[in-house]
Design a protein around this ligand. Structure first.
Ligand code: AMP
Length: 191
């Protein structure tokens, strides 16, 4: 059985940072939809051009485009031991599409791990990250607030979606990076 993890949490919660450690330990393919979009923007592809207008405002990219892209990414790696989904799913439609897609491939989500942290801490982290990354959506507090709003409105309901499947695990996202990795590893090892 493949191990397929969803890393869940608000912008800045540390999903990408943690995924980069976990993918080594568990030999999983890390797919960050935000990274794939940013790559497409840097290459100025039609997908990048479409995504940019949403991302720059901190709005979610439409489901249809995002789901198609995610499925194409997964299909590129048929032989991996499993996936870490980072920043996907972000809506109920995406979660349902992911379940259906994985089930067509005889796979399923093993667990959804939520990194918990409050919005003030996260805002400070994102503004700090924005100085180095140059990401326009990390540099402006209004855009950051909008990303939290999108999360609270569209993504937060997924907690109930995965709880209903007994697949939701909460981890305290505040602390040393390595401590948090250990907390997550404990969950993964229990799956
Ligand atoms: P992230 O790198 O995960 O913070 O994502 C940056 C931006 O990319 C988000 O604010 C959205 O505009 C877009 N994005 C990334 N993943 C998704 C997704 N699953 N659904 C819709 N938009 C997404």
């Amino acid at each position: 059985m493949k191990t397929n993890l969803v890393l869940f949490g608000k912008p800045g919660a540390g999903k990408g940072t943690q995924a980069s450690f976990l993918k080594e330990t568990y030999r999983l393919k890390h797919i960050s939809t935000g990274d794939v979009f940013r790559y497409n923007i840097s290459e100025n592809t039609p997908l990048g051009q479409l995504a940019k207008s949403y991302m720059d405002q901190g709005d979610l990219v439409p489901d249809e485009v995002t789901i198609q892209m995610l499925e194409a990414e997964v299909n590129k790696f048929p032989d991996v031991a499993g996936f870490i989904f980072d920043g996907f799913p972000r809506t109920t439609a995406q979660a349902e599409a992911l379940d259906q897609f994985l089930s067509r491939k005889n796979m399923s989500i093993s667990g959804t791990i939520a990194l918990e942290a409050d919005e003030d801490v996260l805002t400070a982290r994102l503004l700090e990250r924005g100085k180095e990354s140059g990401r326009p959506d990390d540099q402006d507090e209004t855009k950051i607030r909008n990303r939290f709003e999108e999360y609270n409105k569209k993504t937060a309901p997924l907690e109930a979606y995965y709880r209903n499947q007994n697949k939701f695990y909460e981890v305290d996202g505040i602390g040393e990076i390595s401590e948090i990795t250990q907390r997550i590893s404990k969950v993964i090892d229990s799956l």
